[in-house]
Design a protein around this ligand. Structure first.
Ligand code: NAD
Ligand code: MG
Length: 400
């Protein structure tokens, strides 16, 4: 395997931490060049020391001071760069071969896109980048010979179950012989909660995912199943699959990470523990298989695997996502931006859990005039993203 120098964007997050865990198991084939974080500078300093990072990227001067104070190593420590442009510049550094895009939200789009422009190997966890700018992102990957490995567990599973030749190129049409993609989702913590009680659930209840341990934003998205909606859009772009050939299936045990259905009736599935180190190790090692530190899946102990239809009344955000994908790219940008604001307000206890979907729906109605043809560049996407955030913030304030 060629030696890889990594830039881990969002290293202090759940995916970032799992990434460093896997990287440290393979000192002969990979090393960390750069790390980035938006908060938790003490954690970042600890990580930079453990992996001997050459560069860290932090958001502000104050964060740089906090990093300096937290630095416990001998010597001056890594070079500290500041701000969003520094994320892009660091991705472009010639030493970097591989970029783990694990910033949460559309904030991760510019740096992920830069990695595509520079033709790097991209391990893409940041699904919001594909939701907001799928067409632009995939085109940029293709035109610059970048390598794209999906890290989201469902898409990583689908990638693993795809025909071999489909893994070698960035698709422009569905892989030959594939009939449908079956995306599994656990249904989150409220799969069985009485619908009438959902108005009173707390952020901590929403973040208590039954199977996965993740950042708070994606945990709320998993509760509303907007996460699965974002993943439908993500799958559409990654695998060039029309929306009517992507099916969502509830699978409460989260052991089957997703499936590919073929024309002959075969369904190939990828199974494993719900531990993100498996897809991360797959991306890092590709095309080889490397140790991830994940233990065995004891099927006999597990006993059974269940599957159910998703309920759109319980999960209105899932319906809104399908509708947005059918409507077009502007709607997808707005869906994502409105959701980021609504989830943030819910986490701050400014709006109720059940107000997340109505905020998104109102934003989608308010931007119906925006045409997809004006979304060819990063600036266009970011402008609509900012515009929608403004509307969503106003709507949340009215409800607060
Ligand atoms: P997290 O909240 O745990 O971590 C997010 C990271 O991004 C942190 O390092 C944070 O400092 C950084 N960050 C936050 N806001 C930023 C900003 N404005 N600019 C720059 N950096 C910023 O999130 P996570 O759970 O690790 O998820 C990261 C991404 O991976 C998300 O897009 C999520 O949807 C995706 N993902 C996560 C999981 C999972 O198991 N956690 C699974 C699949 C996909
Ligand atoms: Mg997922």
């Amino acid at each position: 395997m060629k030696f890889q120098q990594l830039c881990v964007l969002g290293s202090t997050g759940s995916i970032g931490e799992s990434t460093l865990d896997v990287v440290l198991r393979h000192p002969d084939t990979m090393a960390v060049y750069a790390l980035s974080a938006y908060s938790r500078m003490e954690k970042l300093a600890e990580q930079a020391l453990a992996v001997h990072a050459k560069v860290v990227v932090v958001p502000t001067e104050q964060a740089r001071e906090r990093f300096r104070r937290a630095w416990a190593g001998n010597g001056p420590g890594p070079e500290i760069r500041i701000g969003a442009q520094a994320l892009v510049d660091t991705v472009l550094d010639s030493q970097v071969t591989t970029v783990m895009a694990a910033i949460v939200g559309a904030a991760g789009l510019p740096s992920a896109l830069a990695a595509a422009q520079a033709g790097k190997r991209i391990l893409l966890a940041n699904k919001e980048a594909l939701v907001a700018a799928g067409g632009l992102f995939m085109r940029t990957v293709r035109e610059n010979g970048a390598e794209l490995l999906p890290i989201d567990s469902e898409h990583n599973a689908i990638f693993q179950c795809m025909p071999q030749n489909a893994r070698a190129t960035i698709p422009t049409e569905p892989a030959t012989g594939v009939r449908r993609l079956l995306l599994t989702g656990s249904g989150g913590p409220f799969r069985k909660t009485a619908i009438a009680q959902l108005a009173d659930v707390t952020p901590d209840q929403a973040c208590a995912h039954p199977n996965w341990s993740m950042g708070r934003k994606i945990s709320v998205d998993s509760a509303t199943m907007l996460n699965k909606g974002l993943e439908v859009i993500e799958a559409h772009w990654l695998f060039a699959m029309p929306v009517d050939r992507i099916q969502v299936v509830i699978h409460p045990q989260s052991m089957v990470h997703s499936m590919v259905e073929y024309e002959d009736g075969s369904i190939l599935a990828q199974l494993g523990q719900p531990d993100m180190r498996t897809p991360i190790a797959y991306g890092l090692g590709f095309p080889e298989r490397i140790d991830s530190g994940v233990g065995l899946l004891q099927l006999a102990t597990l006993g059974r695997l269940d599957f159910e239809e998703p309920d759109f009344e319980r999960f209105p955000c899932l319906r809104l996502s399908f509708d947005a994908l059918k409507t077009g790219q502007a709607a997808c940008v707005a869906l994502n931006a409105a959701n980021e604001i609504a989830v943030d307000c819910f986490l701050k206890q400014q709006i109720r859990y059940t107000e997340i979907a109505p905020v998104i729906e109102s934003c989608l109605e308010r931007i119906t005039g925006c045409s997809d043809t004006n979304l060819d560049s990063l600036d266009d996407v970011l402008a609509l993203d900012a515009h929608t955030r403004g509307i969503a913030t106003e709507l949340c304030l009215l409800k607060a």
